[in-house]
Write a protein that binds this ligand. Sequence first.
Ligand code: HEM
Ligand SMILES: *[C@@H]1O[C@H](CO)[C@@H](O)[C@H](O)[C@H]1NC(C)=O
Ligand SMILES: *[C@@H]1O[C@H](CO)[C@@H](O)[C@H](O)[C@H]1NC(C)=O
Ligand SMILES: *[C@@H]1O[C@H](CO)[C@@H](O)[C@H](O)[C@H]1NC(C)=O
Ligand SMILES: *[C@@H]1O[C@H](CO)[C@@H](O)[C@H](O)[C@H]1NC(C)=O
Ligand SMILES: *[C@@H]1O[C@H](CO)[C@@H](O)[C@H](O)[C@H]1NC(C)=O
Ligand SMILES: *[C@@H]1O[C@H](CO)[C@@H](O)[C@H](O)[C@H]1NC(C)=O
Length: 508
Amino acid sequence: MSENLTYSLTGVATITSAAILGLLTLKYNDRAIFTERRDNIHSASGLPLFGIMFEQIAKKERFLDFFIEKMNETDNMTMYASSLGLPPKIMTIDPRNVEHVLKDNFSNYVKSKRSTDLLNDLFGHGIFAANGKQWYYQRKTASVIFNTNNFRNFFTVFVKELNVMSERIIDKAIERGEVIDFQSMIYKFTLETFVYLGFGKQLNALYNNVTVPFATSFDACQANCFQRLVSPIGRLREALSPILHPGEMTAKEHIQVIDDFAYNLIQERKVQLAQGHKYKDLLSQFMAARNPEGKELGDTELRDAVLNFIIAGRDTTAQTLTWTIYYLIMHPRVEAKLVSEIEKYISDEIEQDPPALYEMIKKMVYSHAVFYEVLRLEPVVPNSSKEALEDDVLPDGTHVYKGDQINWSSYAMGRSKKIWGNDAESFYPERWIQDGHLRRESPSKWPAFHGGPRICLGQNLATLEGLVALIILLKRYKFSLVSNQEVVYTMSLTHPIKNGLKVFVEKR
Ligand code: HEM
Ligand SMILES: *[C@@H]1O[C@H](CO)[C@@H](O)[C@H](O)[C@H]1NC(C)=O
Ligand SMILES: *[C@@H]1O[C@H](CO)[C@@H](O)[C@H](O)[C@H]1NC(C)=O
Ligand SMILES: *[C@@H]1O[C@H](CO)[C@@H](O)[C@H](O)[C@H]1NC(C)=O
Ligand SMILES: *[C@@H]1O[C@H](CO)[C@@H](O)[C@H](O)[C@H]1NC(C)=O
Ligand SMILES: *[C@@H]1O[C@H](CO)[C@@H](O)[C@H](O)[C@H]1NC(C)=O
Ligand SMILES: *[C@@H]1O[C@H](CO)[C@@H](O)[C@H](O)[C@H]1NC(C)=O
């Protein structure tokens, strides 16, 4: 009797749930459950109730091409994507919308808590994760060091380190007939130079060809910390990591190494300043600054400020150089043209005279075009997002509601025929040159460096550092690809090559 009742109750429950599920599926047939339908916007194809959730998870490693695939499904450059459990997203590659979000209606679009929380262990409250006043004072303070006078000094450091890299690593590899992982070598170069520009400290990582503990932990954090600490599974894995990976450092320990490094340098600097030494690096700039409360910066604020710059500059510049070497190897026509520009402008004397080198590089049109063209096809900050504070309408007519995420992808934009024409997918630096002059595209069409008030503060520095490295390396060496390696990106905050770039080097 009671058994029968249970059966019929279960039956009723099953039928009721099936009916509800059926109704929900009908209602949410084109989007994730409990998300609003949007008019006047193309919906990304997805599963009823779940939206694009499963597809996005399945294609996570190829996310940038997934974004293009979705865009390829329609003529519209903007679409609505819902995914179970996540805030609704508007995905766009329309330059007008990007310009609106980055510039014309800057104050309505902020870094979402969701995206900055992921970064907090490493980025703290530095410029990257900050909004409003916290962002503004850091931007103002830092912009002081990005001036021409300082660039000339920076060039001395760049040239010195490039010489060290040649002598201590590349020439030795040539002698021994060894292969070089270009990506890992160039990471040492950019880390060395940015730690120096930021903290006035030499790691001597290239000189000794070692990965210093700070660099190991820094890399580990960039790759893992945010995943390890933020996702629920990541936290569990992190808690179990002493058991699962005995002897390996935990994310917390890596953060500790970075903190010790930064705090020791800050203490050291305070002592030196008290003794009357003068510095021109980023750390001293921030030590002289006041925060929005009118107070001197505490050690944590100083740590965050300087580390953010190292993070901002180091991987991005190194990855751009790595992709550039790869594209040049794959496009001998472009390489030959670039090398002839280098031979024309850079004599052996100029090569060792940093201020003259700096002046000369500014004039090298084709070199710039190559650098920009690489950043069109392989923008090293490949996808981005902002959150709307209030309802708004985008220039293409799309309605935005408070709390919406607007996602755009420099990668998808760089490869879009609608934006760049039919040859969008070919590597063609000449597209940046008009009547012999460099013609840089607007940030809305080419947001590789972002745009508007938050445009990359280091864009000129990155371009010049990238170019001086490229020019000196290509003047001296010819690179070729080691066969049987897969050169593909991996998803990260930035855009690294998954397994590095193995190259043979010969003297030119
Ligand atoms: C090729 C190299 C680089 C590329 C492609 C690049 C690109 C970008 C992009 C896309 C952003 C916006 C990120 C976001 O808010 O979501 C950004 C911001 C920033 N970049 Fe770069 N960057 C490069 C190199 C550098 C270098 C060398 C530095 C400094 C040493 C630097 C300093 C910054 C800073 C401070 C910001 C934050 C600006 C703000 O929020 O006001 N970047 N960069
Ligand atoms: C998509 O684009 C077409 C033509 O550009 C336009 O007529 C249409 O309204 C757009 N919106 C949707 C939801 O498809
Ligand atoms: C998108 O479409 C273009 C053709 O317009 C094609 O060349 C490209 O491979 C497609 N990309 C993806 C990721 O589907
Ligand atoms: C959009 O941006 C948000 C926040 O950064 C991110 O969590 C989400 O995965 C992105 N989704 C897409 C489809 O770009
Ligand atoms: C530099 O270090 C890398 C990896 O740590 C090694 O593969 C390479 O052989 C070293 N090069 C020289 C010249 O010692
Ligand atoms: C870029 O895409 C990845 C993969 O979906 C996502 O995890 C990340 O949050 C996105 N980043 C931004 C800034 O939208
Ligand atoms: C910017 O966004 C606000 C909502 O915060 C909206 O009321 C306003 O019309 C928008 N301004 C422009 C120039 O589109």
